[in-house]
Design a protein around this ligand. Structure first.
Ligand SMILES: [Zn+2]
Length: 248
């Protein structure tokens, strides 16, 4: 989970009569949030990912659902309030169901900094604080199939790509050429790209990257050979902001 910035209000929420949509939900239970503009605004908010587990939405195994942070049954007045809507995968949405976040708060990725409340050990995410612990519990955040295994896969991609980059660096040092240099640099940029806010499982990827001693070694070696660019450093610094601590 990463911090999201809700720094825009889609036209839909100012243009339409939100009061009448809220009333329509109250009177008829109409799913007034099932509107393409609401869905696309939610996807924009999270770069197309579940706002909790960061799985890419609209892929075969996941459903893009509009999640009401304050559930619509207990808080019908917030049913179509922009600040209350988050994109969510079916598993996170289904796990949370009617959980009342006012009585028993969980992390709101638009308001709270997840790294202050969660830590990651192995590929298991746990609570550092009461808010974090409740979040992990309510979202079933270590579910083997839906949460734990996808995290392992994301981390494995980072680890194996770092190994690959180390090999490519040796290959370059052995006989430097522009072609070898470009292949290495493109690979390193691609690894760093996987650890940016817009990428699926970015908190996990960034955390594994920054915990990797191999990556630290690669970075120092690249600096020695003058292959580490300002752009790479920028991506490195951005990814560091997404990492989760290893202990409470
Ligand atoms: Zn999810």
């Amino acid at each position: 989970m990463i911090k999201l910035e809700r720094n825009f209000t889609p036209d839909f929420f100012t243009r339409m009569n939100l009061q009448s949509l809220t009333q329509e939900f109250k009177d008829n239970g109409t799913a007034v949030w099932h509107h393409p503009e609401v869905k696309s605004a939610c996807l924009k908010l999270s770069d197309g990912k579940c706002s909790f587990c960061e799985v890419k939405l609209d892929e075969a195994s996941t459903y893009n659902e509009v999640e009401h942070f304050k559930d619509k049954n207990n808080f019908p007045d917030d049913v179509i309030r922009w600040e209350n809507l988050l994109p969510s995968c079916r598993h996170c949405n289904g796990s949370k169901q009617r959980h009342n976040v006012v009585l028993n708060p969980i992390i709101n990725p638009c308001n709270d900094l997840p790294s202050e409340h969660l830590y990651m050990i192995g590929y298991r995410i746990k609570g550092k604080t009461g808010l974090g612990t409740t979040t992990v519990d309510v979202l079933n955040f270590n579910h083997r199939e839906h949460k734990f295994i996808p995290r392992c896969k994301a981390g494995e991609i980072i680890d194996s790509s770092i190994d690959d980059a180390i090999e490519k660096l040796s290959w370059f040092i052995e006989r430097p050429s522009t072609r070898r240099k470009n292949i290495l640099m493109n690979l390193v940029e691609a690894i760093l790209d996987e650890c940016q806010k817009k990428s699926p499982f970015s908190a996990v990827s960034a955390t594994m990257l920054h915990r990797s001693t191999e990556y630290a070694h690669l970075k120092v070696s690249m600096q020695t050979y003058d292959l580490w660019t300002d752009y790479m450093q920028e991506l490195h610094d951005e990814s560091l902001k997404l990492t989760l601590p290893s202990t409470r």
